[in-house]
Design a protein around this ligand. Sequence first.
Ligand code: ADP
Length: 542
Amino acid sequence: MLGQMQDWPLLVSKFIEHAAINHPKREIVSMLPEGGQFRYTYAEHEVRAKKCAQALQKLGVKFGDRVATLAWNSHRHMEIWFGASGMGAVTHTVNPRLFPEQLVYIMNHAEDKVLMLDITFVPLIEAIAGHLTSIEHYVIMVGKDKMPETSLKGALSYEELVEAEDGNYSWPEFDENTACGLCYTSGTTGNPKGVLYSHRSNFLHTLLALAGDTLGITSTSVILPVVPMFHANAWGIPFAAAGSGAKLVLNGPHHDPDTLHNLIVEEGITVTAAVPTVWLGMLKYLQATGKDMAKLTTVTIGGSAAPRSMIEAFQRDYGVRVNHAWGMTETSPLGSLGSENAAIQSLSEEEKLDIQCKQGRSVLGVEMSIQDDKGNALPRDGKTSGRLMVRGPWVVESYFRGEAGNLLEEGNWFDTGDVACIDEYGYMQITDRAKDVIKSGGEWISSIDLENAAVAHPKVAEAAVIGIFHPKWDERPLLVVVMEEGQCVTHEEMNAFLADKVAKWWLPDDLAVVTELPHTATGKISKKTLRETFKDYSFPEA
Ligand code: ADP
């Protein structure tokens, strides 16, 4: 017997419609890539999103066509999200930090029809336009008066296109399983692969993002999603903001602590989210200037492991709760989040901090399992680590155009490529990326744990650990560090510092100092590049 409730398709246009009707005067504030700041309301935003949909139709965009964006977080970028996806096209958020060859690859692979780009990225696209095979229109996201001289064929002004429309448009209804957005993973191995979100997956993910235990977003929140919209949908925050009627502040191309702090104070930000590097920069800025965090109450940190010292400093010195989160492009991205559950409430502050350093507990809608290589579930004892497997309605089923073949294992589990353990309270801890674990004498050394311990050294700015061939142990850890300015640490000093923090057999066999560590397009340390750099290295005693 079937239920007898309405079959209302879960479409993302519902979010912006909801915001315009129920929170019409709530603001969206946007830092513009061409300079200056812009603000308007959700009611005005929805009209412009509709005008954008009309303009896209005039450009020949049809249901299912891909509309690429190469843009910072801004009100225009949001208009395109809602305009393109709302009309049934697919918003393809392109990561401008990819290498030019990767940009060419993914835009051709996606067969993008229109490219909407910020003025900042015009030179980048001019250089590769000759290789882009499917783009019919380049739209530069500025007013006609700000249009640059460009070699991009027939380049159009976004403002001019949008303003030519009347906004007399109704969001169409269609199947909730229709593709909504496309985002390529940065491809640490092989070519980037496209994750094709549906309206349904984004809608369900948004409901979860708005749950009390998740990002801390309510209608009275003021949100600054520092995490870029081209990185796993800015963790779903723009949808969640519209869905809740929260005030949304978009930082455009600015990621420096000074600008971010100004926004936090001026706009009264209460909730924000970003990768650890951004918050490490902010912490240094606060410590140097003696400023506080004004009305900020919650920071969600994810993308890479958040160091304990940072979590502690934000909470102790600035009264800001840190929620450590884990996810990936393939999981939309929210998979687990470290808010407190009842089971840990009676623990000591120190014990709670230990748990906060883990990557959180699985959210409703994402199931997690730790498995061995044969697919057997391993105990949730906080010690046994294995492959982190996930499944749920906003977890990838297959990559765009079937790249990499069948992704799911028995039971529809998706192998995240992370190695993790889950403790008795349900908190998951990433111990490594499967390919970064150091396999020493048949045992595993977690590069992440070693890095976190090393970066807590006051003279160290950044640290990475890679496995290097060892004739006796197969692999041993090499610690690669960037020093704080004018500082120096020897291998012996570092090992003495690490001695009470990690097992003795984990201590790095050597330490190498570099001026800079290589990073991927999503801001993570590129172990692949680092391994390449040190491919001829051998340990002194080996
Ligand atoms: P990429 O394209 O670089 O894979 P993703 O954002 O999809 O970009 O990366 C997902 C990966 O990032 C995860 O599989 C995990 O290895 C890592 N990651 C995400 N959040 C955390 C976290 N809080 N701690 C440690 N690693 C994390």
